[in-house]
Design a protein around this ligand. Structure first.
Ligand code: FPP
Length: 247
């Protein structure tokens, strides 16, 4: 069977803290290696023809983490943008940020604006970074914007609401990957993953690489996607006399 490459992959990059703990290092070191894994994964996805990659970098609930870890993650945005933006831009990556920007600092907002502006004409792969993002927040903000745009209640269809979701620039994810061994969606892209194939792996995010991506792609290729429909029944093969075995 020809392997099918998903157009859009969504990833919950879990396991950075445990990766660091196992090495007796602070959790922040795991997040730093997580950035390297992310850059590696963008390249691996682009090489395999994936058009959209969306990653969960900071959830609306991550503010509950110790202040030191939260500020470390915010600082990491600045480090990641200054270290990798040129490289990603030159490799044809278009960067989009999705999430509630109101609560992040001016510096972080400026870094995200810079990343989007520097890559907006790129077309090889779109990397959407979900930052201060929650799936429920996304649905609520889409409803608010649809109403503010004057949509009458009777015209608020799935298609109309989708225009206001924060991933309106991408098709729905085909494949949802979560690393780190937990088997849940954790309020990521609730609207968009309606028909995504789910792949969970014990691999901790900093260890994620092309080989692990290929395992997810192989599992995806073997799935039977029906989108709520049914497959036509197979036609019986003709026997040697040209009549089918069921006739
Ligand atoms: C979950 O691992 C990971 C996060 C909350 C942060 C993910 C961030 C990155 C991979 C870095 C990318 C960042 C930028 C700035 C683009 P965890 O900390 O919950 O790990 P654990 O489950 O082992 O504790």
């Amino acid at each position: 069977m020809t392997p099918t490459v998903p157009r859009h992959i969504a990833v919950v990059m879990d396991g950075n803290g445990r990766w660091a703990n196992r090495r007796f290092m602070p959790r922040f070191v795991g997040h730093k290696h997580g950035v390297d894994a992310l850059v590696r994964t963008v390249q691996a996805c682009a090489d395999r023809g994936v058009e959209y990659l969306t990653v969960f970098a900071f959830s609306s609930e991550n503010w509950k983490r110790p202040e030191e870890e939260v500020s470390g993650l915010m600082g990491l945005v600045l480090v990641a943008v200054s270290r990798y933006l040129q490289k990603l831009a030159s490799e044809g990556v278009r960067i989009r940020i999705v999430g509630d920007r109101a609560a992040v600092s001016d510096k972080v907002r400026a870094a995200w604006d810079e990343a989007e502006a520097a890559t907006r004409h790129n077309t090889r792969i779109t990397l959407s970074v979900a930052f201060n993002y929650g799936g429920r927040w996304d649905i609520v903000q889409a409803c608010r914007r649809a109403i503010a745009a004057g949509t009458p209640a009777a015209e608020l269809s799935e298609e109309r609401l989708a225009e206001f979701m924060s991933l309106a620039h991408a098709p729905d994810p085909d494949l949802f990957i979560r690393t780190g061994g937990e088997v849940r969606i954790s309020n990521f892209l609730l609207w968009q993953v309606a028909y995504a194939e789910l792949f969970f792996t014990d691999c901790l995010w900093p260890d994620f690489d092309g080989a692990e991506l290929d395992r997810a792609l192989a599992a995806y290729s073997a799935r039977d996607r029906r989108f709520g429909s049914v497959k036509p029944a197979p036609v019986p093969a003709p026997d040697v006399h040209g009549v089918t075995s069921s006739s």
